[in-house]
Design a protein around this ligand. Structure first.
Ligand SMILES: *Cc1c(COP(=O)(O)O)cnc(C)c1O
Length: 785
């Protein structure tokens, strides 16, 4: 059994995905039509399950889909947050956050399993007896499991996602019951249940809060009890009724840690094996290492989890003891391999002694795992060469790469049925489970009919998004303009500010010479800022302020529009991505571990303007340099610049158009009512920029000129779009999961169970003459009953 442990699952909606995977979309559509109802209206009622921040949480959701589709005996374990990622609203051009009360009307996909409720311990102290250490005087919180079905794609497999909800024990604080403070005692039960109340809204940022540590341990402790219970009740664990043999545990159980968020699984498994099951340290350590594997998701220092020792000491005293013992033995090994290298010992310690004493969770995860992987080739290389170099030199055999992927069911079949049909018309439907089949489309790159269809589908998707934007934001956009889109969490390393510099440059050029030819663009930017991330919120303010000036300038007219797409989330991604002409993936080389948004756009026939960062590098390799717009420094060039010393003023003084942009930002040109508002942004760009925006500006602008030129050549643009789609096969999460299965978990995926390329027979029989395309047309006149 494979256990995927993640603090985040960014699932989005389930109705359409369930119907698609079960192959009952046509039947349900028809049934609702006969009732005089519109299935799309029904679909629109469902709340997103937004239990994630961004890429990491969405990856977990894509992996669940692929693991079920590949017939793996896999479970997703996580937390059933009562409030998911906040809803973003713009008020006077600023982000405001509304709580995501997604369970308000109930959740029809989940089933509570009170019979599997488990206790989780916190606080207390360690008692040393002759029979070993005991964790005593703890406070208990119960973990109530809720199961949701994860259907595979038409293979009769349904896996389980089990999310834990915190529940106060009956006895919690009821010692006051007879003291007269009965009411207070009942009210205090909330305290324990706060553990699963809300998702922390940080993306790529570590906030060392006590409640977050409790969430991480709560998930891990409940999950490991469940895993051990299931193993013991299997024939492999239960031969001896007195004492379970854990010899075959690593062979039967694989635990994948989605980042270090669930890394306490390592000391917790050690605690169970030693304190509860009575194994020796050495045996427990062998079992634990062979069972666990760790995926790293970022190299940004501010994102790495380093828990203060004083927090662990208070909340998880036994685990801290175990971590210290792991560290002592680990450092012995380092000493053996590198005698006399004192500085290496300091660097590799799990315990950081500089300043406040902390536990480095990535170091713990590496030492306690048999496999460590990055999420794109360049990222995995950086792990070995840079942040985990010492650990790579210690255990090179642990380090692997698993380039991320996305599920083609949700990110093509579900969100872009027009394109899916156009593809199916030419190459059938095997691509749904064998995405490399898309390469057959390359044969149609000069087929006039196919090119026209691809163009028409894109145009229809663009019209649909235009009416959505008109309806939701009251902005009218020109559907024949280029849709230039950057949607992702707002973060300095993702460089939305570089995008803004391009927008301002285009604006200044139009104003400079209004009659010069200009390729019309609608630039759309969307994404949430972490509520406590000041600069990210400033970036949103600036986008809105620039949009206000640009969109209301009569000289600009229809040439340039700037739209901030409010409340970007899975459901909005499904509407935006199929309508994109251009995808912006412009992070500083070396900072975006992989990116998965980039893959969604490629699969939907948008061209990419991007840096050689993350999976962009492998995308370029698949499609060929002629089908992507690459600009900017490489990882090596960034390193070189860091060595030489970066001086933003050099670029500011050398490039007049850039100077003009920065001066406009800092002088209040875009916000005359509050002219000082964006001074801090200009100050960061010129004096404290960790992400070297100005160094990439000139090449970025030139690259965008090539994009505009190419867009005027519709024929060539469509060919490039087709080549993007045709070469996106590598980026299926099915491929990624096959690699995890074979190279980390030691299990073989079952492709043979995968479906023949048509819908199930029952459905074909029930709706014999209802091909998909006609349905949409026939039901329209019947709408609105
Ligand atoms: C795919 C996805 C992401 C990740 O996007 P990146 O561009 O890779 O950061 C974030 N949010 C949502 C809603 C997504 O669907």
């Amino acid at each position: 059994r494979v256990y995927y442990l993640s603090l985040e699952y960014y699932m989005g909606r389930s109705l359409c995905n369930t119907m698609l995977n079960l192959g009952i979309q046509g039947a349900c559509d028809e049934a609702l039509y006969q009732l005089g109802l519109d299935i799309e209206e029904l679909e629109d009622i469902e709340e997103d399950a937004g239990l994630g921040n961004g890429g990491l949480g969405r990856l977990a959701a894509c992996f669940l889909d692929s693991m079920a589709t590949l017939g793996l005996a896999a479970y997703g374990y996580g937390i059933r947050y009562e409030y998911g990622i906040f809803a973003q609203r713009l008020k006077n051009g600023e982000q405001v956050e509304d709580p995501d009360d997604w369970l308000r009307y109930g959740n029809p996909w989940e089933k509570a399993r009170p019979e599997f409720m488990l206790p989780v311990n916190f606080y207390g102290r360690v008692e040393n007896t002759e029979k070993g250490a005991k964790w005593v005087d703890t406070q208990i919180v119960f973990a109530m499991p809720y199961d949701s079905p994860i259907p595979g794609f038409r293979n009769n497999v349904v896996n389980t996602m089990r999310l834990w909800s915190a529940k106060s024990p009956v006895s919690f604080n009821l010692k006051f019951f007879n003291d007269g403070d009965y009411i207070q005692a009942v009210c205090d039960r909330n305290l324990a249940e706060n553990i699963s109340r809300v998702l922390y809204p940080n993306d790529n940022f570590f906030e060392g809060k006590e409640l977050r540590l409790k969430q991480e341990y709560f998930m891990v402790a409940a999950t490991l009890q469940d895993i051990v219970r299931r193993f013991k009740s299997s024939k492999f664990g239960s031969r001896d009724p007195v004492r379970t043999s854990f010899d075959r545990f690593p062979e039967k159980v694989a635990i994948q840690l989605n980042d270090t968020h669930p890394a306490l699984a390592i000391p917790e498994l050690m605690r169970i094996l030693i304190d509860v099951e009575g194994l020796t340290w050495d045996k427990a350590w062998e079992v634990s290492c062979k069972t666990c594997a760790y995926t790293n998701h970022t190299v940004l220092p501010e994102a790495l989890e380093r828990w203060p020792v004083h927090l662990l000491e208070r909340i998880l005293p036994r685990h801290l003891q175990i971590v210290y013992e792991v560290n002592a033995r680990h450092l012995d090994e380092v000493r053996k391999k590198f005698p006399g290298d004192i500085d290496r010992l300091r660097r590799m310690s799990l315990v950081e002694e500089e300043g406040e004493k902390r536990i480095n969770m990535a170091h713990l995860a590496i030492v306690g795992s048999h496999a460590v992987n990055g999420v794109a080739r360049i990222h995995s290389e950086i792990l070995k060469a840079d942040i985990f170099k010492d650990f790579y030199e210690m255990s090179p055999e642990k380090f692997q790469n698993k380039t991320n992927g996305i599920t083609p069911r949700r990110w093509l079949a579900l969100c872009n049925p027009g394109l899916a049909d156009a593809i199916a018309d030419r190459i059938g439907e095997t691509w749904l489970t064998h995405l490399e089949e898309l390469k057959k489309l390359a044969a149609f790159v000069n087929d006039r009919g196919f090119k026209r269809t691809i163009h028409t589908v894109k145009q229809e998707n663009k019209m649909k998004l235009a009416s959505l934007i008109q309806k939701e934001y009251g902005i009218s956009i020109n559907p024949s303009s280029m849709y230039d889109i950057q949607v992702k969490r707002i973060h300095e390393y993702k460089r939305q500010l570089l995008n803004i510099l391009h927008i301002i440059t285009m604006y200044n050029r139009i104003k400079q010479n209004p009659s010069a030819p200009f390729v019309p663009r609608t630039v759309m930017i969307g994404g949430k800022a972490a509520p406590g991330y000041f600069m990210a919120k400033q970036i949103i303010r600036l986008i809105c302020a620039v949009g206000n000036i640009v969109n209301n300038d009569p000289v600009v007219g229809d040439k340039l529009k700037v739209v901030f797409l409010e409340n970007y989330r899975v459901t909005l991604a499904e509407k935006i991505i199929p309508a994109a002409d251009l995808s912006q993936q412009i992070s500083t080389a070396g900072t975006e571990a992989s990116g998965t948004g980039n893959m969604k756009f490629m699969l939907n026939g948008a061209l990419t303007c991007g840096t050689l960062d993350g999976a962009n590098i492998e995308m370029k390799e698949e499609m060929g340099a002629e089908n992507i717009f690459i600009f900017g420094m490489t990882v090596d060039e960034v390193e070189e610049l860091k060595r030489k010393g970066y001086n933003a003023w050099d670029y500011y003084n050398k490039i007049p158009e850039l100077k003009q942009c920065i001066d406009q930002i800092s002088s209040g040109f875009f916000n005359p009512q509050n002219p000082d508002q964006f001074k801090d942004i200009a100050n960061i760009l010129l004096n404290h920029d960790r992400f070297f925006l100005l160094a990439d500006y000139e090449d970025y602008i030139r690259c965008q000129e090539r994009v505009s030129d190419m867009y005027t050549n519709t024929e060539e643009w469509i060919k490039m779009a087709i080549m993007n789609i045709a070469t996106s096969g590598k980026f299926s999460s099915d491929r990624t999961i096959c690699e995890y299965a074979r190279e980390i978990w030691g299990v073989e995926p079952s492709w043979e169970k995968l479906p023949a390329p048509h819908e199930p027979k029952e459905e074909e029989a029930s709706t014999p003459e209802q091909p998909k395309k006609e349905k949409k047309e026939t039901k329209k006149p019947e709408k609105k009953k």
